[in-house]
Ligand binder design. Structure first.
Ligand SMILES: [Zn+2]
Length: 108
């Protein structure tokens, strides 16, 4: 992962990267919030129906499922297109447009 991996992307490519990052980030937030929401929906239902003791385990499914899909998506897509550096949640932003590993400018 040396600086020799730095690439000059044109404006069109940078716009496409920005679109992709936004798309995957939206999906990751959606899936995480969705999992938490489903957990609470189940909790409210199970408590009001008085079946919490036998069904609390099911409530964890969307929580863990959402988390697993979140990490799967992040591990696959939150990466630098030039050097494959893993951003985790620190995706390129308006104030930090360069990849911290290779220095390629990824978005405008
Ligand atoms: Zn990079």
């Amino acid at each position: 992962m040396g600086p020799e991996k730095q690439q000059d992307f044109n404006q069109e490519q940078r716009a496409e990267f920005a679109r992709q990052f936004r798309r995957h980030q939206r999906f990751q937030i959606f899936i995480l919030v969705g999992g938490i929401l489903l957990y609470f929906v189940h909790m409210v239902y199970a408590l009001s129906a008085d079946i919490w003791d036998e069904s609390w385990g099911y409530g964890l499914l969307p929580l863990f499922g959402g988390a697993a899909m979140y990490w799967n998506s992040a591990a696959k897509y939150n990466r630098c297109p030039a050097c494959d550096h893993f951003f985790n949640r620190g995706l390129p932003t308006r104030t930090r447009k360069m990849c911290p590993a290779c220095g390629s400018q990824l978005i405008d």
